[in-house]
Design a protein around this ligand. Sequence first.
Ligand code: GLA
Length: 759
Amino acid sequence: MVLSSKAIFLGFAIVTTTFFNGCLAAGLNVGIHKHESLDTWFLVTERSSYVISAAANGYLVNMHWGRRLTHLDDLNATVVEPPIWSQIIPVTEAREELPVFGGLRYREAVLKAELPDGVRELNLQFAGNANISSDHGGTRLDLDLRDANRTELLVTLHYEIDVENDIIRRSYTVRNGLDGRVNLSKAFSAAWHLPYALGWDEHRELVTLAGEWAQEAMVETTRLAPGVKHTVESTRGLSDHVSQPYFALAQVPNAVNPSTEVYFGALAWTGSWEITVHTDTKGYVRVAGGIHHQDFGWTLEPGESFTTPVFAAGFTDEGLPGARLRMPRHARKIQKRNLLTQKDDDVYHPVLYNSWEAVAFDLTFEKQMELADKAAPLGVELFVVDDGWFGGRSSDTAGLGDWFTNKTKFPGGMKPLADHVHDLGMKFGLWFEMEMVNPDSDLYREHPDWVFYYEGVPRYLSRTQLVLNFGLKEVRDYMYEQAAAHIEEAGIDYIKWDFNRPMQGVTMHDYDRNPKEAWVLAVEGYYEIIARLKERFPHLWFESCSSGGGRMDLGAIERTDQIWTSDNTRPDARLFIQYGASLWVPPRSMYGWVTDSSSDANIEVPLSFRFHTSFMGGLGIGSNINEFSEEQLTEATHWIALYKKMRHVIQNGNLDWLVPPTRVGELVAATQSTYKQEEAVILAFRLNSPYPASGELSPIRARYLDENATYRVTIWQEDPENPVDEYEMSGALLMYRGLELPGLNEGMFKSAVVWLQQA
Ligand code: GLA
């Protein structure tokens, strides 16, 4: 069926007219509802609505995404039709739920496929089937689309709502019911359509997370401009440091229109990814994203299907703090649903010790025993042995791939150390990097064809290693068996799973399908091995690490317990990194280590300051505690004890930034973790200021408290045993006048922990 542009106009006109004037029987309570007579669905969360409608011509369009609608009249005020006066063909203007490559569509396509007859254009229309279910404790909607000309090509759009967090999870499945092969060359997960900005002359800012190794998650803002497409991406085969698969779009408030509307989202994909944000001259913004299309390919044999990763996005009218509240809570909710280890809020993330920063590859049984003996009395709950315990691994140039405990370093294997750690009352963790191999390893000598490579192209090394082809079942199975054997033999409770270089030579050999599938197979291999290990050892914890934060994405966090945000543990750097990461990482999963990492200003950073920056989420210690003085050991013990007293607030509460870290001039920052309004922990930092007049930390105004309640305020600075102040104050005073922390203005690298407890 070929539609004229007029028919398309009519289609919209018919549906919108009926939509506005017809009765709306569907309730607008939270949940998913279908209109009683129209093919219109309302996805209603606590504070947002998302409305989808099948136009008379079969195209599936978004009618609204934003503030929650409660009455039919609301729709009149909110929905904007595709502008029919435009010279541009309207279907390209339409807010289609799944804009494909094909027809008169000229913006970012979400799906591109080559059909068996050589046609590379799709023409998807609503097929009449919709299914609302309440699996997974959330509410789900599936909508079927079929190609109008080749009806056996079926695309099912999946929606799931997170009611409390105002988030919608989207993905879709393409099913090939045709006689021949269908080749997908682009399969993003979703397109999101934002309403126009609130006023004619108003702007939106795109918030993204840029970075590189040791400088992850830097918050960047870019003003959207008409006719401009902004892209954030990774083409490296992993979600990567250069950018994280996250976006937020905030209306820029001004005195006339103090809007606080923010749209935000994250991709659940640990491979190459792409998110594009296009703005037209009228201010209409389309966000599209998913698996990176560069070199992507997937072949569907007759009867096969392909499901995209999830792209989760939400709306809030509470500004960026509202977005920061919702995405971490959403990620935590999915962790709780997926992982036995995360089910219970009362099972806290352990205080860990890891000697990587202190001794790097210098691991031996005796030295690790000595560190374990030192760590346990400090209050450490998990002792992790990092890189260097296996094969011929004494530097990063050899041994990777040979997962046999090095008998020179650990003559009795790993079990004696694990037993000792357990006897000391700690859990035992071990580092793995199973998707990689050093050419100088027995594994590579035996299986040079297990890596990604092209015949006749150099196998480019990075960190002296190559990437194993986890698309190959034998590689995945081999590594799974290796890991499982260690876990069983030594009684391992926790795995730090690393990935220390980008991919190259990504293809499949002797493969009768599309070799480009390798990019996706590699990520699926990573997901599969973690899932298999978690299934066999349901109490096993996982840390997702990739040279620091190279695998910081929703896909990784939904499958693992925590992430290592950065190899940079300098506390001042950490403030910026945690500021960015906390936009979407649940606080308990965002680890910070107290280390000896020095400042280039050659300034002694007090131990207290190092602890306080690490108090924002999960707490780790990475210092060389063998070198600690008695005073330092005592101080560390008391900070750890204090952290444990407050960690129900930190790990189960919401993390917000009262003062975002500033980059120029003075460096100050403050966070607040809030737990059910009853308790909060404020962490405040002042590093330095060149300006005597303005360099003082002003009173810090708390948020989210009960203004009528009285709070006990306890403040610690450098001494964990003796608070510098203790008093009572009303929630109103704490929020509207603020908290004075004069001690922070008395020198450099000053910090404070403030515990607010309802009296
Ligand atoms: C990566 C990790 C570090 C450490 C090293 C070991 O860089 O980010 O924490 O585990 O690998 O080689």
